[in-house]
Design a protein around this ligand. Structure first.
Ligand code: NAD
Length: 477
């Protein structure tokens, strides 16, 4: 059976080709997925359009919401199996994968129960007019997601789209899409009408590019690298299709001399080690006020040295990097930094019995990183924390805003006025004060500024993004 799901059917790619799936914990192939391309994408888009004309398009918001909630429950009923699939495919520790699956279920519950609570507006207008603003779906929505939190990303992007009555086509990452395939089976079990949700597995430059350039899509969301974000924006622009881009980050964690250092240190380490640093909103820059630098960095270094890396079953602090290609990229950053003399202050350890073919990288803490160094400016997307100093509040703000990104930031200070000032002055889509919730909960709108992208997912704002409006002026005199 193929891994492409179109119009309620599981099919092979039209030309029958497949892609090998590699286990990042040992480097071995363990299954294959179908290699969808332009023709497969066209069929999926056609099925989505037909679903809008058929039963799916006629459902009430309450009925759609009920289906989403049923799917949320099915995800919970199959949580352990999904967690095992996600852990093997991505390498993440089982405890983390189990939590990810709960979050996916929450997305379907949150948007399922919200589906019939998004209402239009009426406008007081000229005498003799009824004016209403209807909130309507875009139509066919295209969704391209990365490999770092594949199951969560599916829930984050698909649940609000379906809640608003769109019909969706998903292109998950070729590096981790097995949980998407299993969840697609649950869509079927939940009773979603054929064509309301379609899945095309394949490479980004083939299936992904074909989907975003397809003239019959009406909206696209993309989560991934800034470079591919540009390609997606170019492709959708040719058809004047709106798109939401969730791109990378180089998020600062700013620690002032009045912060609760005991509380801050473990959360700062977790914010970069979590998911082996492969989190777009990872706190990857540590900005420390210079008069507490020595004291605080020693604390962080101690915790960093204790970090342990292993397979999903070992269930340690983090797992391997997702692929050989990504591992090479991350290791390249570390080697370059060491070669250019940036002090390597601490490093975690890879478990002795971890398979030698796995893509493991021991997390690294670099100190006194020069402000213009690539480690201070570029996204590594691995477990590498770059520490720097700042002198005062205005220097902290300047340094926080000194990259091309603007996704998230953490501020550690007990001074309430300073908290408020920084929340306003730091350019980022999410600001955490005395905490760091990489991405935060399902309820919290998420997205970037600057080269971290535009548009918002999560929370109620996602429902606005995934729909548009129609103004109806009715003259009755
Ligand atoms: P990527 O951009 O290479 O791939 C992301 C997805 O895009 C994959 O499904 C891929 O197949 C597809 N793709 C690749 N080329 C394409 C093309 N030409 N047209 C259409 N689709 C194409 O990114 P990645 O390596 O999978 O993920 C890592 C990057 O994603 C990091 O930069 C990270 O910061 C970012 N990311 C951002 C968020 C966020 O919410 N802001 C979340 C996770 C990851």
């Amino acid at each position: 059976m193929g891994t492409i799901y179109i119009n309620g059917n599981w099919v092979e790619a039209v030309d029958g080709e497949t892609i090998d799936v590699i286990n990042p914990s040992n480097g071995e192939k363990f299954t294959t997925i179908s290699r969808g391309r332009a023709e497969d994408v066209s069929q999926a888009v056609r099925a989505a359009n037909q679903a809008l004309e058929g039963r799916w398009g006629q459902m009430t918001a309450t009925e759609r919401g009920r289906l989403l909630c049923r799917l949320g429950q099915l995800i919970l009923d199959n949580a352990e199996e999904l967690a095992q699939i996600e852990a093997r495919d991505t390498g993440k520790p089982l405890t983390v994968a189990r939590n990810d699956v709960k979050v996916v279920a929450r997305y379907f519950e949150f948007y399922g129960t919200a589906a019939d609570k998004i209402h239009g507006q009426t406008v007081p207008y000229l005498d003799g007019f009824n004016v209403s603003i209807l909130r309507v779906p875009h139509g066919v929505t295209a969704h391209i997601i990365p490999w770092n939190y594949p199951a969560q990303m599916l829930g984050r992007t698909i649940a609000p789209a379906l809640a608003m009555g769109n019909a969706a086509v998903l292109k998950p990452s070729e590096d981790a899409c097995l949980s998407s395939i299993r969840i697609a089976q649950l869509f079927e079990e939940a009773g979603f009408p054929a064509g309301s949700f379609n899945l095309v597995t394949g490479y980004g430059h083939e299936a992904g590019a074909a989907l975003t350039a397809h003239p019959q899509i009406n909206f696209a969301t993309f989560t991934g690298s800034p470079e591919v974000g540009v390609l997606v924006q170019e492709a959708t622009a040719r058809n004047h299709v709106p798109c939401v881009l969730e791109l990378g980050g180089k998020s600062p964690q700013i620690v002032f001399n009045d912060a609760d250092l005991e509380k801050a240190a473990p959360q700062i380490v977790k914010a970069i080690v979590q998911n082996a640093g492969q989190t777009c909103s990872a706190g990857s820059r540590l900005l420390i006020q210079e008069d507490i630098y020595d004291k605080f960095i020693a604390k962080v270094a101690r915790l960093f040295n204790e970090v342990r890396v292993g397979t999903p079953e070992m269930d340690l602090d983090c797992g391997p990097i997702v692929s050989a290609k990504q591992r090479k990229r991350v290791q390249g950053f570390i080697d370059d930094a060491v070669a250019s003399g940036v002090p390597l202050l601490a490093q975690g350890t890879v478990a002795k019995d971890a398979p030698s073919g796995g893509y493991f990288v021991a997390p690294v803490l670099f100190g006194n990183v020069p402000r213009a160094h690539r480690l201070a400016c570029n996204e590594v997307f691995g477990p590498v924390l770059s520490a720097m100093t700042f002198s005062d509040e205005s220097d902290a703000i300047a340094l926080a805003n000194a990259t091309e990104f603007g996704l998230a930031a953490g501020v550690w200070t007990e001074n309430g006025s300073r908290q408020a000032r920084l929340a306003r002055k730091i350019i980022a889509g999410q600001i955490f004060i005395n905490c760091y919730g990489a991405g935060g909960g399902v309820e919290l709108p998420f997205g970037g500024m600057k080269k971290s992208g535009h548009g918002r997912e999560k929370g109620f704002l996602a429902l606005e993004e995934m729909s548009t409006t129609k103004t109806v002026a009715q003259y009755f005199n």
